[in-house]
Ligand binder design. Structure first.
Ligand code: 26V
Length: 814
């Protein structure tokens, strides 16, 4: 490690040193990648001393740690974040300038680690950022997928997936520790023996294993000198495989076995919300959880720590059900390896876990067939049965022999196939169960887990999600950050409630003008990005209307399409004069799960609508649709700061929280949204008059569902809606071929599970209000500023405080 590069000269020296000694090149013959790698190393070296110091302090004076267990971390690019956290961002820029290098070009060289699908993975990344910033000891545990979320391309308007080989140029951010590999066992059977005291002992005799190799990543706190760790596990063949290669004589077969082992961490499953019950996915889940528990517990044992008090050292937070197999794994370690009695082990286990649920969709609740679980993890299945027996005994004790209730609550479902309900296992095992927004937590109690809520009302709690202001304001929107800091000081970056101090500035004409300049600047930056990245041109004078999120029917991208097609239809049929229309660019960004037909058809429809609308001269450039491919964190950082209007239009009761909604509000976009997820709380904070609410409420949705919903009646009863759907059905967006979008049209007319047609009229009215409000520039700007000033609550720092107070009972390290 060189001298800490705290001056520009020092930084230049260190950077050149890294270029020479690590990349093996001189400045004059270095590639952009060389320069990027050297810059990354320079920052890394600076953070290294702090990382080691954080680790040393924890070892010498152990604090209770958060073990965040998540199958996904959607980190986004690291370079800017680590420079910001270390306070080196300006120094680095100047140093590179002196070397004749454009900082922005180096930043653009980084391939973002996309080790997550969407909201759930990005939330994990925000949480670990906040914990480091708040000085809370945390280890994030997860999987080092060799391929992250696929790269989306469009071919003839249809989604085509490409592998995301994010590691192909090497990642400067990871530290591999093959010497700390952990063996993970699978398969086989169990054997019972009785010891000299007459106690039954169970031994698991597995029949294959893999090696988990930890890769450590720095998680720097913002300007506080703390660096926590994210530890991602990579699967390799163990020595046993090597031995097989040596002994079997069948070299090719043995190498195949190695490939088999390495498959476990090969690729992120790109489905979110529809579990496929794939064996490899269960292998992934057990793999990372077994490595993580072993890692933490081995450290405690080394110190001679008494595992009866394990909860004084760790709380494992289960990020949805994906890591729930950790529950029987901890039981197995305590009972089979540490000689605990079952009850004793269960008492410890219950104190060491808490569970966050991220969904309400019944089909998104994971279940594993008993046949599959028993084959892969026979000992764990036994323990799950034992946990279930003890639990159902408690149910009977509390509610009498209400066998209907017992069957409803059993961790084991009998139909359609005997399987383990992972959400129930998590609820039974967890010291706390939380939803991710107030409405969601209430629905979780009332609709998903009502029996459990009745049994343990105190177990249930809410922690509304949040987002990190470091990445999503300070880094992504530097010009807004400067404007804010010039007005109220810099303290807001890690104390976001201080944005309240901006409220009076909404009345300040000069500030409003400055705010509009910030938006204009961000739109220009976005225009450049879209031009370079996608060859898309956008009109910077348009209202920028943005809907970016995973493609899912419940999120209702199709409702947004109906809005666009209605406007288009009104214009081309002469009912609407383009001269009277506010110019609007509608931006979509969305990936569909590769096997999700309706989602992929919707992507196709959006692209075809874009093609037709954008090319039609009758529109006079007033309506433009842009659908850049491969929406990811990096693009979000450019798009969100430029947005005027944020589309949060899910059917009420379906979106657990949403977090994009928070990012938009904090960057001064106004929301058009339903009363769903965290939208409810955003509206409460920013005020009704600064939010465009529409659509049914959750109870109205439930009522309509119960009465029987008939989408056809909305189609027949609304001329504009009928016109829009008929236009799509006519082949106007598919070169006259009526078959292309027939599945979408017939879904609207006959099923429409997420009731887009029922909310259409209300949505159109709300959009009319948007249009009118936007015309009053000053009023709109005031609202935008108030959105920012009143959204400080949605910092993930606040979410972390809530987890600490309600669930973890950990303390920041002073
Ligand atoms: C479920 C499954 C099922 C098995 C296949 C792979 C897979 C991957 C992810 C999931 C989780 C789906 C739940 C989820 O992502 N929920 C989102 O969580 C966000 C953070 O709390 C929240 O803002 C979104 O509203 C919610 O949809």
């Amino acid at each position: 490690m060189g001298t800490p590069p705290v001056t520009v000269d020092g930084f230049v020296r260190e950077f050149l040193h890294e270029l020479n000694s690590n990349q093996g090149v001189s400045l004059s013959n270095s590639s952009v990648n060389d320069q990027y790698m050297a810059l990354a190393s320079t920052v890394r070296n600076y953070l290294m001393a702090r990382w080691l110091e954080t680790e040393r302090l924890q070892r010498e004076n152990p604090h209770k740690t958060v073990g965040y267990l998540s199958a996904e971390y959607l980190l986004g690019r690291q370079l800017g974040n680590d420079l910001l956290s270390s306070g080196l961002i300006d120094i680095a820029e100047e140093a590179l300038n002196q070397c004749g290098i454009d900082f922005a070009v180096l930043r653009a060289q980084e391939v973002e680690p996309g080790l997550g699908n969407g909201g759930l993975g990005r939330l994990a990344a925000c949480f670990i950022d906040s914990l480091a910033t708040m000085n809370v000891p945390c280890i994030g545990y997860g999987i080092r997928y060799e391929y992250g979320i696929f790269r989306q391309t469009f071919v003839d308007g249809r989604q085509v997936e490409q592998p995301d080989s994010w590691l192909s140029l090497g990642s400067p951010w990871e530290f591999a520790h093959p010497e700390h590999g952990v063996q993970v066992n699978f398969g086989g059977h169990t054997e019972k023996t009785v010891d000299e005291n007459g106690n039954e002992k169970t031994t698991w005799v597995p029949d294959w294993n893999v090696l988990g190799v930890p890769y450590n990543y720095m998680v720097p706190g913002y300007l506080n000198g703390r660096v926590n760790t994210l530890r991602l596990w990579s699967a390799q063949a163990t020595k046993a495989f090597d031995l097989q290669i040596f002994n079997s004589g069948d070299y090719a077969d043995a190498v195949r076995a190695q490939t088999f082992a390495e498959n476990i961490s090969k690729v992120l499953y790109p489905e979110d919300s529809t579990p496929q019950g794939k064996e490899l996915r269960l292998q992934q889940q057990y793999f990372f959880v077994a490595c993580s528990l072993h890692d933490f517990i081995a450290n405690q044992l080394e110190e001679g720590f008494d595992l009866h008090k394990l909860d004084e050292r760790i709380i494992f937070q289960l990020n949805d059900t994906h890591p729930v197999i950790a529950v029987p794994e901890l039981m197995r370690i305590l009972v089979d390896e540490q000689g605990f009695g079952f009850d004793e082990a269960w008492e410890v286990t219950q104190k060491c876990f808490a569970y966050t649920c991220h969904t309400l969709l019944p089909e998104a609740l994971e279940v594993w067939p008993v046949s599959l679980l028993g084959r892969l993890l026979p000992r764990h299945l036994e323990l799950i049965y034992q946990i279930n027996d003890a639990f159902l005994e408690d149910v009977r004790a509390k509610f009498g022999n209400d066998e209907m209730r017992v069957r409803r609550m059993s961790i084991i479902a009998e139909h359609p196939e005997r399987s383990v309900r992972m959400a129930y296992l998590a609820t039974v095992a967890g010291s706390k169960v939380n939803g991710v927004a107030a409405l969601h937590s209430q629905l979780l109690r009332d609709k998903v887990l009502p029996d459990f809520n009745e049994m343990w009302p105190m177990k249930f709690t809410n922690v509304t999600n949040g987002i990190t202001p470091r990445r999503f304001i300070r880094l992504a929107n530097r010009s807004l950050s400067t404007l804010i800091s010039d007005s109220i000081g810099k303290g807001w970056v890690n104390d976001l409630e201080r944005l309240r101090e901006l409220e009076p500035y909404a009345e300040d004409a000069e500030f409003r003008k400055a705010f509009r300049e910030v938006k204009a600047f961000n739109k220009e930056r976005l225009a450049r990005t879209l031009e370079q990245r996608d060859g898309i041109q956008i009109d910077q004078n348009h209202m920028l209307d943005v809907m970016v999120k995973r493609l899912h029917e419940y999120k209702r991208q199709s409702l947004k399409v109906l809005h666009v097609v209605t406007l288009y239809n009104e214009i081309i049929s002469g009912r609407l004069d383009p001269a009277d229309v506010q110019g609007r660019t509608v931006v979509f960004g969305a990936k569909a799960a590769p096997g999700y037909k309706m989602a992929k058809d919707t992507i196709h429809l959006i692209n075809k609508v874009a093609e037709v609308v954008n090319a039609d001269e009758r529109v006079q450039g007033k309506l433009h649709v842009a659908f850049p491919a491969n929406y990811n964190v990096t693009l979000a950082e450019k798009l969100i700061p430029a947005a005027d209007l944020s589309e949060q239009i899910s059917l009420a009761g379906m979106e657990a929280s949403g977090t994009g909604n928070m990012k938009f509000a904090l960057n001064g976009a106004l929301t058009i949204g339903t009363d769903d997820g965290a939208n409810v709380e955003i509206r409460e904070h920013v005020g009704d008059e600064n939010f465009f609410l529409f659509g049914m409420t959750e109870p109205e949705v439930a009522d309509l569902g119960a009465k029987g919903y008939n989408p056809g009646s909305h189609y027949e009863g609304d001329e504009r809606l009928k016109g829009a759907i008929d236009l799509i059905a006519s082949g106007a967006f598919s070169d006259g071929d009526r078959r292309v979008f027939e599945p979408i049209v017939s879904n609207w007319l006959t099923s429409d599970r997420f009731m887009a047609l029922a909310d259409y009229a209300s949505y159109m009215d709300a959009q009319a209000k948007v249009e009118a409000s936007y015309a009053d520039e000053d009023a709109w700007t005031k609202s935008a500023i108030l959105n920012i000033a009143r959204s400080g609550f949605f910092s993930s720092d606040r979410s972390m405080k809530d987890y600490i107070r309600e669930i973890w009972h950990t303390m920041p390290v002073l």
